[in-house]
Design a protein around this ligand. Structure first.
Ligand code: SF4
Length: 451
């Protein structure tokens, strides 16, 4: 039996891709290794979003090269593959800088990994594939397997928006939507295998325009309505959305579909019109605020999360203040915030007015203070509520189980291990820093010994 180790960087879409890589190599006899030291092939499935992503990959490759050399001295062979967005962006440069690498494969060519391994094993030299052929990828990769009651399902890849700070349009290519029958089939198989919650994934998921079974084009709202009809599928989510693609019928779906969870990740990045324009976000502050109003009037209990970039080139104190006022006005349940860092090849990287790092750090600290206070207040507002929890795994304490609330918060519940894989109502007793604690609704209180 051959062994495979995959190190995954970045977003849920990469997690989904890594699982597909493992599935596509299983028929070749590869099973999961616990560590690179035990593997016949090590795959780095990379992400280009975070700062110095490529440099981090090169330093990991340095460690793997030494491991590969040790293995060769011991008489065994280990292959190294670099997959994902850094592979796409760097291409042959990877092999030039680190000649221990055998395979470089972009995110749209992952289905070719088995054939690329075969080529390398036949000693036909290195293999490099960075074509953009997403339809071929999804036709060829095995469908996702259930590994618990919650699963991801990629329905869309790529982006046509070209925000000036982002590499996705260059590394994942143009927007591509998988055909509807392929998605419905994959969802049904997941549910048959015990999945109760599916999160639809896409870099720009609400721009979904997939070919329907009779040839017409379906949008995300229509797809959600049909997925909601699958018996046994109890919860639906989707991420990540662009404010410009929140159509009226998608907003209405939040009102009409009980299975669509009341939690929406809707990145805004900045509260300043001037910066939104420089980012090429294609919408202004007012558009976003009005959109949130419409979403909230469709689904009163919806909770929102967002992404923020502070210190974008040219961001003044006033622009940053606009971000703070927008955050106060919206009141988020959760958010991710980062200092701007330039990505080679993106327009913003060439902007002249870069912001000094100490200014970025101070702004980030103040934004994060506000966001974490809002997150904590939201968690506190859940205390005393009864909410449905999908139990996903065992907790640290014996008998304890951990699940997710409708708002995606982890919920720890004692004596609930038998409910893993199921949905059960929980009374939320306390808000912890990054999770909730509760007791099963309807559970009889334990007898307490009286001395
Ligand atoms: S919409 Fe999202 S994925 Fe597309 S360019 Fe902008 S930040 Fe990147």
């Amino acid at each position: 039996m051959k062994k495979l180790f995959i190190k995954t960087y970045g977003c849920q879409m990469n997690v989904y891709d890594s699982a597909r890589i493992a599935d596509s190599l299983a028929p070749l006899g590869y099973s999961a290794a616990d560590a690179p030291e035990d593997a016949d092939i090590v795959v780095l499935n990379t992400c280009h979003i975070r700062e110095k992503a490529a440099e981090k990959v090169y330093s990991e490759l340095g460690r793997l090269r030494r491991l590969k050399e040790r293995r060769a001295e011991e008489g065994s062979r280990m292959l190294i593959a670099v997959a994902g967005c850094v592979a796409q962006a760097e291409g042959e440069e990877i092999v030039r800088r680190q000649n221990a690498v055998d395979i470089v494969v972009g995110p749209q060519s992952l289905h070719r990994i088995p054939e690329m391994i075969a080529r390398v094993e036949r000693r036909e030299g290195r293999a490099l594939e960075t074509d953009f052929v997403p339809d071929e990828k999804f036709d060829s990769l095995p469908a996702s397997r259930a590994e618990g009651p919650a699963a991801f399902l990629t329905i869309q890849e790529g982006c046509d928006k070209f925000c000036t700070f982002c590499v996705v349009p260059y590394t994942r290519g143009a927007e591509f939507s998988r055909p509807v029958p392929q998605i419905l089939g994959e969802a049904q198989r997941l549910v048959d295998a015990g999945v109760r919650e599916i999160t639809l994934l896409g870099q720009n998921v609400n721009a979904y325009r997939g070919k329907g079974p009779c040839g017409g084009v379906w949008n995300l709202a229509r797809l959600l309505h049909h997925l909601a009809e699958i018996y046994g599928l109890e919860r639906l989510r989707y991420t990540t959305s662009h404010p410009c693609d929140m159509s009226d019928d998608l907003i209405a779906a939040h009102r009409d579909l009980e299975k669509l969870m009341p939690y929406l990740h809707l990145p805004v990045q900045s509260g300043s019109d001037r910066i939104l324009d420089a980012m090429n976000r294609r919408h202004g502050r007012d558009h976003y605020l009005r959109l949130v109003e419409r979403i909230r009037s469709a689904r009163r209990d919806i909770a929102l999360s967002s992404d923020f970039i502070v210190g974008f080139p040219g961001e003044s104190d006033e622009d940053f203040e606009q971000t703070l006022t927008l955050v106060r006005e919206i009141n988020y349940a959760q958010a991710y915030s980062f200092k701007y860092s330039s990505r080679p090849g993106t327009p913003a990287a060439a902007a002249r007015k870069q912001i000094p790092d100490d200014v970025k750090s101070a702004r980030l600290q103040s934004l994060q203070g506000l966001l974490s206070a809002q997150q904590h207040a939201f968690a506190k507002s859940c205390e005393g509520l009864e909410m449905s929890v999908l139990f996903e795994r065992r907790g640290r304490k014996p008998g304890q189980a951990v699940g997710r609330s409708p708002y995606l918060q982890p919920v720890h519940v004692d004596d609930a291990e038998h409910l893993i894989g199921m949905i059960h109502n929980v009374i939320i007793a306390r808000a912890l820093p990054n999770s909730l604690g509760g007791t099963l609704a309807g559970a009889r209180p334990k007898a307490v010994a009286v001395h």
